[in-house]
Design a protein around this ligand. Sequence first.
Ligand SMILES: NC(=O)C1=CN([C@@H]2O[C@H](COP(=O)(O)OP(=O)(O)OC[C@H]3O[C@@H](n4cnc5c(N)ncnc54)[C@H](O)[C@@H]3O)[C@@H](O)[C@H]2O)C=CC1
Ligand SMILES: O=C([O-])CC(=O)C(=O)O
Length: 324
Amino acid sequence: MSRSKISVIGAGNVGATLAQFLAIRELGDVYLFDVVQGVPEGKALDIQEGAPHWGYDSNVVGFTTPGQEAYKNLEGSDVVVVTAGLARKPGMSRDDLLGKNVEIMLDVGRNIKKYAPDAVIVVVSNPADIMAYAIQKITGARPERIMGLGGSLDSARFRTFIAKELNVSVEDVNAFVIGGHGDDMVPFIRYSSVAGIPITSLLSKEKIDAIVKRTRFGGGEIVDLLKTGSAYYAPGVSILAMVESIVQDKKRVIPCAAYLSGKHAEHYGASGIFIGVPIKIGKEGVEEIYDIDFTQEERELWNKTVQSVKNNCQKVDSFLSGKL
Ligand SMILES: NC(=O)C1=CN([C@@H]2O[C@H](COP(=O)(O)OP(=O)(O)OC[C@H]3O[C@@H](n4cnc5c(N)ncnc54)[C@H](O)[C@@H]3O)[C@@H](O)[C@H]2O)C=CC1
Ligand SMILES: O=C([O-])CC(=O)C(=O)O
């Protein structure tokens, strides 16, 4: 069986961390791309040289992208992960990155379209739901082949905080977060449990509210601590779970930003945008979207996150107008 080819565009904190995780798990050969001369080659070589201790045979190679010739190496990618772009600093929201990062998506997306039109694309660059939308417009790829990082990471944070509060293993905590990957994301309390026991019967309302708030601002908490950039270890492993489900066709159900159309658009009251919903991930990309029921209160929270994603997509439309 031939090895999968996984390309990671952006060899910064998230991209390089992910590249190492992918190699350690031996999910395929890893191709790392970045605009900064020497950085993707250097980081790839550094990761490769750790192979004897980890015991992996994945090839890890890097390419500097100016000159565009480097992008030819995207050819044959099964998965392309987009982590290129600016990360926020204290005082910034993810939306503040939109203007600069959509310009970067134009460069990256054009090359994915040219060299890897059949790959499944995982968009990480922030604001991720909006950059997934931009990548779809730029590449023209089938929307089911594209997913954005959000829920996989936000749910990991939510599960971690629940486990810590109850002093139980994270393995027994099931919980997920839907909506846009922004401050109005929706940690879904009603579907959260510990070994099947609803968290509402284990934790007080005050405790749950505090955990929900911390989850919503989980990215910002790390930004405030690091000061120079944003999180990358938990993001790296959250992307790893998505890529693993794609290349191994595992059919994992993980909340991710997916494109809503047809009956799903009707159910979620949002059409033609990418936003975090529970999806089944396999070798084809987004293989199924699950429509979950909302209470009145949950529906209000949902509508709010939909509205902010929609507003940002309009900004992308104006930016891309005349450029495609
Ligand atoms: N969706 C999510 O849950 C998460 C999203 N992010 C986002 O991921 C992005 C990357 O974060 P970090 O790796 O921490 O940032 P970083 O600054 O460490 O790395 C970004 C890399 O992108 C490269 N880059 C810039 N323009 C490029 C281009 N045109 N082509 C190729 N490479 C280019 C830079 O040279 C840099 O090495 C940010 O936008 C961040 O907000 C980060 C964590 C979680
Ligand atoms: O907070 C950020 O800017 C990076 C990110 O999306 C996260 O860690 O959730």
